[in-house]
Design a protein around this ligand. Sequence first.
Ligand code: ATP
Ligand code: MG
Length: 286
Amino acid sequence: MAVEATGPRVLVLANQKGGVGKTTTAINLAASFAAAEVNTLLIDCDPQSNATSGLGLPKDEHRLSVYDLLLGAASAEETLQATELEQLWIIPSHKNLVGANVELVGAEHRESRLKDAIAPLRDRFHFIVLDCPPALDLLTLNSLVAADAVLIPMQAEYFALEGITELLGTISRIRASFNPALEIEGVVLTMFDERTNLAQQVTAELKRFFGEKLCATTIPRNIRLAEAPSYGKPALLYDVRSRGAESYIRLAKELMSRNMPTSEQPAPDELNPQEDMENAELDKSA
Ligand code: ATP
Ligand code: MG
């Protein structure tokens, strides 16, 4: 189970579409890594602060947050908070983070602030999970620059692929400019109902498009996943036997087994969005 300590795997949950399960996945995946006894850090990069409250941190105007980190007013060490899980830590968000987008305009290295700020923590964690806002803004840009790989949560809907054209384009541009090693970790289907024909069709289409990058584990629609944050708990502390908690534990295992032998990690350019886009005959102007 132990992952070699060659620095952490920094995973970012990104999809500019709102409400697709980024935060639910960030919380429950991070909790599942921690429950599997690897030190894990969740960084809440969304001013909505849903991952922060979902892990039970009360609102606190004075607590240091990602905002202070990005503005250079605090060190990563100072912003770390413990959680109910022994091996899970969080760097919380705060609603003032929305101002960072504006305050950092014109700042030097504004896109690599997060990467630079968390560098001193790299030895302490096996996984660092970043939760992003539903926008391709400076906060998401900082997350994509700080990350090793992007995990894209999406729902199995018609036009599912068109919805991520923009994200794949952004990932290509970030590789070209700031983070050449950025990989696509995978695509995980959330709020999934395998019984419907639609889900089956969309899954088949995504499988053709993403191949091995489509996670074998799907996350079912499960009420426990929606309830748990109001108790400030990841699902595995709220109802460990729920299908929701179990599916995230399975997803964590799938990602851990993928990431263990470095030699078997996918090459960064294995998935070429531009080429695949053409194959999928999508509107590239989108
Ligand atoms: P945003 O773009 O606003 O940050 P998000 O992508 O982070 O949203 P979530 O907040 O994780 O999405 O999920 C949106 C809503 O759907 C939440 O109310 C959440 O509790 C619920 N939800 C997410 N995943 C599931 C699931 N598998 N089963 C049931 N409800 C879910
Ligand atoms: Mg969210």
